[in-house]
Design a protein around this ligand. Structure first.
Ligand code: FAD
Length: 466
């Protein structure tokens, strides 16, 4: 069967970028068609990314918190893990959110076409789906086809080698799990599996975990997890041999074990690659670079005037909230608004335990850019709330432009750091200076008052920290 659709805007990919663009375009009165190859909307983020990982991290946090209560006089005993129930619960969280998107699409009369779409010309896309082929003729297109995990060619295909999607399936809890890659995704999944009972090794090529974050912040994380994960920094995996009794991994580098080490599973978490080469964008005249990224201008336009691209496919950082904002810009520009994407900062958060969160310039970037900065650090050892929660390992760091006293970045590590980062982001975006933050009355006792206190340290009004 072959169908034909004419539309003002076609959006290729129904992830956070794609559905946000589609909904905004429909709200602005445009006729919109959204193409998605998965059975549900929501993309990587809702189906196999942000949301299921956070659902499992919630489980991990409750397990860890409960086990720590024994020293406070409350014992819960050894947790009984029912993997089927955890999986069902995680899937119900996904279902609730993806189902919500279906309703939002219907409400806006966004036509959802199910299947895999590819460009066939500058104004046409063919979608191959269960119902046969649909040819879509469009005035404007937004490419929001996202990214997928990077595979390492020297690692054999074996069901015990998994990526983040496989890890989120939660088929079993391996006794010994190697997390290959000490970035955000690897560490989040390692946090989950450790709480469920796995013994975790993490191998990272760089000399610190989460290489994008500042060293002082990550040092605190590494110290906190040193008894939880066996971390091998400045080390790489050179081979994986699949045998009946396990995966034998060889390492090279500063902290490499001399002999191959046996693991029950290996989680490969070494980054994500854009899907730019998979949609035949060249047939529409759209340039795709060697790695599969599609370049755009600040209005999210590709080199072809009526074709836009957003989200993971246009570049780093590959984060859902960036995709959403880019999606809104593309939709608004198509509708005739003079909008553009020009944020001062995009927050990054590792939802590990403790959480690692940063926004704006890092100290590392400031040094590379030759900026004249001064930092102010409030250690959570001096926070009443952190002490009352037995979690004093955290710190709040603000980065100021020394010439203007303006806030240009900040990082927090500690429990709930991700939830508090928004204030620093708002300060950077609004051009707040140290006095603005120091004079803002923060509620006591909160962890978030550490932001105000760090600004007071910069102002010189606090000098007696432990
Ligand atoms: P995607 O979400 O990748 O969506 C693209 C969609 O397009 C997919 O559904 C795909 O099926 C579809 N598609 C692709 N090609 C075609 C085609 N030709 N035809 C039809 N459909 C097509 N980000 C955060 O901000 N916070 C987090 O906490 C976070 N956690 C993560 C945890 C994990 C384990 C992973 C893997 C990622 C996480 N991310 C997180 C990253 C986040 O998921 C992505 O940045 C985000 O999903 C990108 O959105 P997108 O719209 O660009 O693309």
């Amino acid at each position: 069967m072959s169908n034909e659709i004419k539309t003002q805007v076609v959006v290729l990919g129904g992830g956070p970028g794609g559905y946000s663009a589609a909904f905004r375009a429909a709200d602005l009165g445009l006729e919109v068609t959204l193409v998605e190859s998965r059975a549900t909307l929501g993309g990587v983020c809702l189906n196999v990314g942000c949301i299921p990982s956070k659902a499992l991290l919630h489980v991990a946090k409750v397990i860890d918190d409960a086990s720590e209560m024994a020293s406070h006089g409350v014992s819960f005993g050894k947790p009984e893990i029912d993997l089927d129930k955890i999986r069902d619960w995680k899937d119900s969280v996904i279902g609730q959110l993806t189902g919500g998107l279906d309703g939002m699409a219907k409400m806006r009369k966004v036509k959802v076409v199910s299947g895999y779409g590819k460009f066939t010309g500058s104004n046409t896309i063919d979608v191959e789906g269960d119902d046969g082929k649909t040819t879509i003729t469009f005035d404007n297109a937004i490419i929001a086809a996202g990214s997928q995990p990077v595979n390492l060619p020297f690692i054999p295909e074996d069901e015990r080698v998994i990526d983040s999607t496989g890890a989120l399936e939660l088929k079993d809890v391996p006794e010994k799990l190697l997390v290959l890659g000490g970035g955000i995704i690897g560490l989040e999944m390692g946090t989950v599996y450790r709480a469920l009972g796995s013994q975790i090794d993490v191998v990272e090529f760089a000399d610190q975990l989460v290489p994008a974050a500042d060293k002082d912040v990550i040092k605190i994380y590494q110290k906190y997890v040193k008894d939880k994960f066996n971390v091998m920094l400045s080390t790489k995996v050179t081979g994986v041999e699949a045998k009946d009794d396990g995966l034998y991994v060889t390492f090279e580098g500063k902290n490499a074990p001399a002999e191959p080490v046996r693991y029950d599973k290996v989680l490969v978490a070494v980054g994500r690659t854009p899907n730019g080469k998979l949609v035949d964008a060249d047939k529409a005249g759209v340039n795709v670079d060697e790695r599969g990224f599609i370049n755009t201008d600040k209005q999210m336009k590709t080199n072809v005037e009526h074709i836009y691209a957003i989200g993971d496919i246009v570049g780093q950082p590959m984060l859902a909230h960036k995709a959403v904002h880019e999606g809104h810009v593309a939709a608004e520009v198509i509708s005739g608004k003079k909008h553009y994407f020009d944020p001062k900062c995009i927050p990054s958060i590792a939802y590990t335990d403790p959480e690692i969160a940063w926004v704006g310039v890092t100290e590392k970037e400031a040094k590379e850019q030759g900026l004249n900065i001064e930092t102010a650090v409030f250690p959570w050892a001096a926070s009443g709330r952190a002490i009352a929660s037995s979690r004093t390992e955290g710190q709040t760091k603000l980065i100021f432009d020394k010439d203007t006293d303006r806030l240009i970045g900040g990082a927090m590590i500690g429990i709930n750091a991700g939830e508090m980062l928004g204030e620093i982001g708002l300060g950077v975006e609004m051009g707040a200076d140290a006095e603005d933050i120091a004079l803002t009355i923060h509620a006591h006792p909160t962890l978030n008052e550490s932001i105000g206190l760090a600004a007071e340290i910069f102002e010189g009004s606090i000098t007696d920290l432990p």
